[in-house]
Design a protein around this ligand. Structure first.
Ligand code: SF4
Ligand code: SF4
Length: 112
């Protein structure tokens, strides 16, 4: 099962150490994964710049076997779950641009 999201080049989800979910079928042995002591779970290894080890120049390099969370996450549903004030805040174009920069520090940006 996969949720189709029109990400259009956004890789915001790929900079946070995607958690593996064995209860949903993820097998940590089949990924370059590390044990996170704090969260008591496996997550995909991150490069030194914070990106997922599987993030390539043109997006996910393991698209067809990406773990559960990568297949089902839909940021639009997350935004819908926020209250009106929070939705208004993150829809502000300047805030949205800042959030994109925060989630992907490799992107070029300009200071205010
Ligand atoms: S934040 Fe949304 S648009 Fe960006 S990669 Fe994740 S699901 Fe796709
Ligand atoms: S496996 Fe693919 S979709 Fe999932 S975080 Fe890594 S690069 Fe992104």
């Amino acid at each position: 099962m996969r949720t189709i999201v029109p990400c259009n080049g956004c890789t915001g989800c790929c900079w946070h150490g995607a958690a593996l979910h064995p209860e949903k079928g993820d097998d940590p042995a089949k990924y370059d994964a590390v044990w996170q002591e704090l969260d008591q779970r496996f997550a995909l290894r991150q490069r030194d710049d914070g990106a997922c080890i599987y993030l390539g120049k043109h997006g996910c390099t393991i698209y067809d076997r990406a773990p559960y969370i990568c297949r089902i996450w839909d940021c639009r549903e997350y935004v819908k779950s926020l209250d009106d004030h929070a939705q208004q805040f993150i829809r502000d174009p300047q805030v949205a641009a800042g959030l994109r920069l925060l989630s992907n520090p490799a992107q070029k940006g300009t200071s205010p």
